[in-house]
Design a protein around this ligand. Structure first.
Ligand code: G6P
Length: 498
């Protein structure tokens, strides 16, 4: 679908700049786009419309030394680094963002550290980002802010008289009223969100939760509309509320997974671990991903079903993340203990080791080779905005002979509910049953399910997502996306399980 004819410049604002800084052969520092879906989808739009990407280059970059790498604009867009002080990294990034909003929005209020000084620094850093936007933008630009770290940016811009259209996309879930109410700054954050012209959520459930919070806490806001088109009206302003499930560059993953180099890497992996099904877990080190629960479920499946012995290997890849936050550090220790316990119980010396644990950053090629080689994927977060590993795995399943076991609490469950094996990640025995069901699933059923998932992900890829959001934001057309109903659990007997 073509984008609207009138082309506003785009100003993208995200906490992290999704670019990699590396020294070229000539000794010069260069910036190259990262491999994430967001950057892949937005760069063509930025090149086409012109624009700027504003974000934090990460804690370790010495920005002054490499500033010229950011400012070379031959690519057709400009990158603007926002530098954070160590205190800001501690209180804004690790603190308010990742010790308050992150756990709360994933329903884990007991993991929150409601330190009052975090809120002050969160506001200051959001102001800093807003100042960068002010310096870089022109009247009439469309400003697109991403994720929970930067909720206050629109309010800060409005306070400085900016009247350009500003959109916000929340990559995480939005919690229900009962959980949201625990936040000491619940009124401020909700009102800050209502300063945007359009807010995008991953699923209907997230938008419903948000609307419930607005109804309860913002008395001067009225909610109108139905279906995809919902609005909040207050003080003569309108905030459009849309549902846009984020996705991946499906074609790029499918193409790479089908390449001879990946086929060879995948085959090597299968040769190293022959005569068995490979089960794959790939997660950032994060307590929302439920890695311990998943390992326990795998252990329970081995204990209950000896037919799995020597016939399956779980490859659990954990990508290091946020390690300066104590909870993340503890989690790593816990995971390693569980892996040790299960391997200690079932390993056959000189032979089968049930869990291969990989704590590393993987290259894109390595990741795709794992996706391609594994017959079963375990994607079982306690809660997730969307979960792109689930979609990447399906895109890379070019033989269409593999099974996705998916948490019903991942945003992706709404889209894939009819074809993935859905599990409640808190239910260890239920997840163990799903593992054995996947192991036994006949080829024709695997093909039937995987083909349909791939078709859906191919249709609603990340380019579709960008286009749908921009239509909602710029053309006020909220109808582009088909509503995907939330998954509602069915009792076992209704789905033919014991
Ligand atoms: C999630 C968040 C992103 C965040 C990413 C990595 O996907 O929604 O906003 O960038 O995790 O986390 P990090 O803290 O390393 O940026």
């Amino acid at each position: 679908m073509p984008l609207p004819a009138r082309k506003e410049r785009l100003v993208v604002v995200s906490n992290r700049l999704p670019f990699i800084l590396a020294k070229g052969e000539d000794g010069e520092w260069r910036i190259t786009p990262g491999a994430g879906g967001l950057v892949t989808a937005l760069l063509p739009v930025l090149r086409d419309r012109g624009g700027v990407w504003i974000g934090w280059p990460g804690a370790h970059a010495n920005v002054e030394e490499v500033r010229h790498a950011f400012t070379s604009s031959e690519a057709g867009y400009t990158l603007v680094p926002v530098v954070l002080t160590p205190e800001e990294v501690h209180k804004f990034y690790q603190g308010f963002s990742n010790e308050i909003i992150w756990p709360l929005f994933h329903d884990l209020q007991s993991h929150c550290n409601f330190d009052p000084s975090y809120w002050r620094v969160y506001q200051e850093v959001n102001r800093k980002f807003a100042r960068a936007v002010l310096d870089e933008s022109q009247p009439g630009d469309f400003i697109w802010v991403h994720d929970y770290q930067l909720i206050n940016v629109a309010a800060e811009l409005r306070g400085r008289g900016v009247s350009s259209r500003i959109g916000f996309f929340l990559h995480t879930p939005f919690p229900s009223l009962d959980i949201y109410l625990k936040l000491p700054w619940r009124f401020q954050l909700l009102r800050a969100l209502l300063e945007y012209d359009v807010i995008g959520f991953q699923t209907l459930r997230d938008r419903r939760n948000f609307i419930q919070c607005v109804r309860a806490l913002v008395k001067d806001a009225g909610i109108h509309g139905k279906g995809q088109v919902m609005l909040a009206r207050m003080n003569g302003r309108e905030v459009r509320l849309g549902v846009f499930p984020i996705s991946i560059d499906y074609d790029a993953y499918a193409r790479e997974a089908g390449s001879p180099a990946i086929a060879e890497k995948g085959a090597q992996l299968r040769q190293l671990l022959p005569n068995r099904q490979l089960i794959l877990g790939v997660d950032r080190l994060d307590y929302t991903k439920a890695i311990p629960d998943r390992l326990e479920a795998f252990g329970a499946a081995l204990a209950r079903y000896p037919e799995l012995h020597q016939r399956v290997t779980l490859i659990q890849v954990v990508v290091p993340s946020r390690e300066d936050i104590p909870r993340y550090h503890e989690l790593r220790t816990r995971i390693e203990q569980i892996v040790g316990r299960i391997n200690g119980r079932f390993t056959q010396p000189g032979g089968w080791v049930p869990i291969h644990y990989v704590f590393q950053n993987l290259s894109r090629k390595e990741l795709i080779a794992y996706y391609r080689a594994a017959q079963i994927a375990l994607v079982t977060p306690l809660k997730d905005g969307m979960n792109l590993v689930a979609k990447e795995y399906c895109a890379c399943s070019t033989d269409e002979d593999s099974v996705l076991i998916l948490s019903e609490f991942a945003g992706a469950a709404a889209q894939l509910q009819h074809w993935a094996l859905l599990v409640n990640p808190y239910d260890i025995e239920g997840t163990a049953e799903a593992i054995v069901a996947a192991f036994r699933m006949p080829l024709d059923e695997r093909r039937w399910r995987m083909r349909r998932m791939r078709r859906s992900i191919r249709t609603y890829d990340v380019f579709w997502w960008v286009d749908a959001f921009l239509r909602a934001a710029i053309e006020k057309d909220l109808s582009a996306f088909p509503l995907m109903e939330d998954y509602l659990p069915r009792a076992n007997h209704e789905v033919g399980l014991r």
